[in-house]
Design a binder for this molecule. Structure first.
Ligand SMILES: [Zn+2]
Length: 325
């Protein structure tokens, strides 16, 4: 018997699980009483997830959606926005930055996307063959992404689904992801900013190779570390969990360990492809595959901003890092 994609956490909180890749799934959440519901995240693009939403509606669990909150622009979270808006005429709530990034990514052509990724991976030290074979994340399937948005601001309070919420914006996994915290301190929708285990990947993307997303992520984790522990965390992937503040401290610790390990193991001028095995396990290298050089760049850039590494671009366009004297 297959597991139902719709799981009740409480009568007014349901977790809708939809597929994204062969072994992974993504959460969307249906919150509030019917007629005044909000949806937090929407699942992946494509007909399979669309059918899951249809079935949720037919089962009576979904109806009268007043708002669609998208935590961040990644297509496994923003994939069904258009469909749900059409279905319910609901307003879209995102941060202005995530909305702008979704719009921009949706109009990049697959050819442009492929050549941008190839050039980026070559600069990180990947060989021609592997860089050429790398498949970029295709956002064109989000187009036309809804142009109208109600832009959420950091620390804003709002009423949705019959409750009061506080908005927290944070960078790291994406530019300005939305987390929603119930003002009664019972629930915390974390998107991908906080996942169980080792958390979400933090990577530097082709358009901004000098970015330091880890600095943004650390600032965000430090804010979480002072929030109430008793909240139920409702993440973008995996099961709900509690212990937010302690987990935020642990995630920061895991990244700090990796930074220390990399800083210590560096020898001579190295590319990100050369640095990756110094810091990531074989299992992580297999799991994140093409993302690994970009994840390594996020570590290297952070050490560069901290002054622990020097960085320069070689004559043939490689980003090279070495220990600062
Ligand atoms: Zn994500």
């Amino acid at each position: 018997m297959s597991l139902s994609p719709l799981l009740s956490v409480t009568p007014e909180l349901r977790r809708l699980v939809s597929p994204m890749r062969r072994f992974a799934s993504v959460n969307a959440w249906i919150v509030g009483p019917k007629g005044r519901q909000i949806v937090v995240d929407t699942g992946m693009c494509g007909t399979e997830t669309k059918h899951i939403w249809r079935r949720a509606e037919e089962s009576g669990a979904l109806g009268g959606v007043e708002a669609i909150v998208v935590t961040h622009m990644h297509r496994d979270h923003a994939g069904q926005v258009r469909h749900l808006q059409r279905q319910f005429g609901a307003k879209l709530l995102m941060s202005a930055r995530e909305h702008a990034d979704a719009l921009a990514a949706s109009i990049v052509t697959p050819d442009e996307n492929r050549s941008r990724l190839r050039d980026f991976l070559l600069a990180l030290g990947m060989d021609d063959e592997d860089a050429g074979a790398s498949v970029p994340i295709d956002y064109s399937m989000l187009a036309p992404f809804p142009a109208d948005v109600l832009a959420l601001e950091d620390d804003e309070c709002l009423s949705l689904a019959g409750r009061r919420w506080r908005v927290l914006l944070g960078g790291g996994h994406s530019a300005a992801a939305v987390c929603l915290m119930a003002e009664d301190e019972s629930l915390f929708f974390s998107g991908d900013q906080v996942l169980a285990g080792s958390g979400a990947h933090i990577a530097v993307w082709p358009g901004a190779p000098e970015a330091d997303p880890l600095a943004d992520y650390f600032a965000f984790l430090d804010r979480l570390a002072s929030l109430p522990e008793q909240m139920l965390v409702l993440p973008g992937h995996g099961l709900p969990f509690s212990g937010l503040a302690a987990h935020a401290r642990s995630l920061r610790g895991q990244h700090e360990d990796r930074l220390a390990k990399l800083g210590k193991a560096m020898s001579g001028a190295m590319t990100c492809v050369e640095m990756a095995p110094l810091v990531f396990s074989e299992r992580a290298m297999r799991r994140f595959a093409e993302l690994i050089p970009a994840m390594t760049l996020s570590l290297a850039n952070h050490l560069w901003y901290r002054g622990a590494l020097r960085r320069h671009r070689s004559d043939n366009g490689l980003y090279l890092f070495e220990k600062a004297l």
